[in-house]
Design a protein around this ligand. Structure first.
Ligand SMILES: Cc1ncc(COP(=O)(O)O)c(C=O)c1O
Length: 424
């Protein structure tokens, strides 16, 4: 459930009419709903009440500091995948003792920073990283708490029911320590200075709409954890990552209580603290992207609506063929008067098409459209391709709204270029 609904035919974000935000901020922009973020977090918390996990929100899904602060105030921690994300989480008020750091290639400066900040846990993804972290922590006179991220080694040809580009738990993937190397890696970790083993972690991918991939991967990790504990390793926490999908279109992913019941069945016998890293399920449906129609054109074959958002603002459709529901901000007055439209951005790429053949009312320049379910993996993936400016992000809270990231300016963007001395 989200808080983007029509009232008297006008799309509202909570109690704010979307056209009023567009008027104040200009288009395109992302708009996040505090009530929806809060609801999604609370639903998860309630579903997992028997286990009281630490929910480390996957910052990669939405790293806006207002989003992080909202979730942090509800008790969330942060799962970060770069030194920049750790900085953002800390600046947004999430305490270091609730921060985990995953990433297949943490650099020495990133490790140094996170060690100095004394974060809860490093999810270490290779033997090389164990050495790097041990050296770094020892040099700084600190101890780094670690979990090893284990790749459960799903067969490459097994259909895990999500897009190949967001699946992470197969033998062919770069993520985690190979399942067969886990015990060797823990033995190494136990003997390296500056490290304290505290847990184990796994994350098999994103946008799973069935429990089957979890049911396949988690028992392997649980069985490994039991064995490691029996061998005397101090595994006090188990981090089962994120990955629960959301309904973008016709999917019906498992409800959080069903997901929680499955995890409880696996985790309870272990007597470990549970950590989860949900991203999309919290932020995905808590955001919309608002765009204006620039013009319409008929190619002879297709009827195009060219909008002022483009693939650089929302990459998911061109990157993963992702589906986003697209609705008019002013509801159609005559539902019979609809037509099949292709919605595209202005970027000079054939792939800059958001959707094909969507049934929408006739569009004209200036009309507003909303792309639903863009609160996760939306703004965070935006770039400046075609020298387009990063677009603003707005947060709504009841009948109030605020810009939580300003629109970039040409001065900031173009001003980053420098001329070499021989051209100056
Ligand atoms: C290590 C890690 N944890 C958590 C997540 C969040 O996944 P999701 O947004 O599907 O919950 C991701 C995203 O793929 C990830 O790479």
């Amino acid at each position: 459930m989200d808080h983007f609904t029509y009232r008297n035919g006008i799309l509202h974000a909570e109690d704010v009419p979307v056209p009023a935000i567009a008027e104040a901020v200009g288009t395109p922009f992302y708009c996040y709903s505090t009530a929806t973020l809060t609801r999604h977090y609370t639903v998860l918390e309630e579903a997992f009440s028997a286990l009281s996990p630490l929910f480390c929100f996957a910052v990669k899904a939405n790293s806006n500091q207002a989003v992080l602060r909202t979730l942090g105030q509800l008790g969330a921690g942060a799962d970060c995948v770069s030194g920049g994300e750790v900085r953002r989480a800390i600046l947004a008020g999430i305490p270091a003792e609730r921060i985990v750091f995953s990433s297949v290639g943490k650099t020495v400066p990133e490790l140094e920073y996170a060690v100095q900040e004394n974060i809860l846990q490093f999810n270490v993804e290779s033997l090389a990283e164990l050495h790097m972290l041990s050296d770094t922590a020892t040099r700084l006179g600190k101890t780094a708490r670690i979990a090893l991220r284990i790749n459960p080694a799903i067969d490459a040809d097994k259909d895990v029911g999500t897009h190949a580009k967001i699946s992470t738990g197969k033998k062919i993937h770069k993520f985690g320590i190979a399942f067969e190397k886990a015990e060797e890696a823990y033995a190494l970790a136990a003997n390296l200075p500056g490290l304290k083993i505290t847990g184990i972690s796994v994350h098999i991918g994103s946008q799973f709409t069935s429990l089957e991939p979890f049911r396949w991967a988690f028992p392997r990790i649980i069985e490994l954890t039991t064995r490691l504990k029996q061998n005397g390793l101090p595994i006090d926490s188990i981090d089962l990552g994120g990955g629960l999908g959301i309904p973008y279109h016709e999917e019906s992913p498992p409800q959080p209580d069903i997901y929680a019941a499955m995890i409880r069945e696996f985790v309870e016998p272990l007597n470990c603290r549970l950590i989860l890293e949900p991203g999309r399920v919290i932020a995905g449906n808590a955001g919309i992207l608002i765009t204006s129609v620039i013009l319409t054109k008929h190619t002879g074959e297709r009827e195009f609506v060219i909008v002022d958002a483009a693939m650089n603002d929302l990459m998911r459709p061109s990157l993963y063929d992702a589906y986003h529901e697209i609705i008019p901000v002013t509801a159609a007055t005559n539902p019979e008067d609809t037509r099949l439209l292709d919605i595209a951005g202005a970027v000079c790429e054939t792939g800059d098409v958001f959707a094909r053949g969507r049934l929408l009312p006739p569009m004209q320049a200036g009309d507003l459209l909303a792309f639903r379910s863009t609160g996760a993996y939306g703004a965070v993936m935006a770039g400046n391709y075609n020298t387009r400016l990063l677009i603003p992000e707005v947060m709504v809270h009841g009948n109030a709204f605020a810009i939580v990231r300003k629109r970039q300016t040409y001065d900031t963007l173009i001003g980053m270029d420098e001329q070499p001395p021989w051209l100056a």
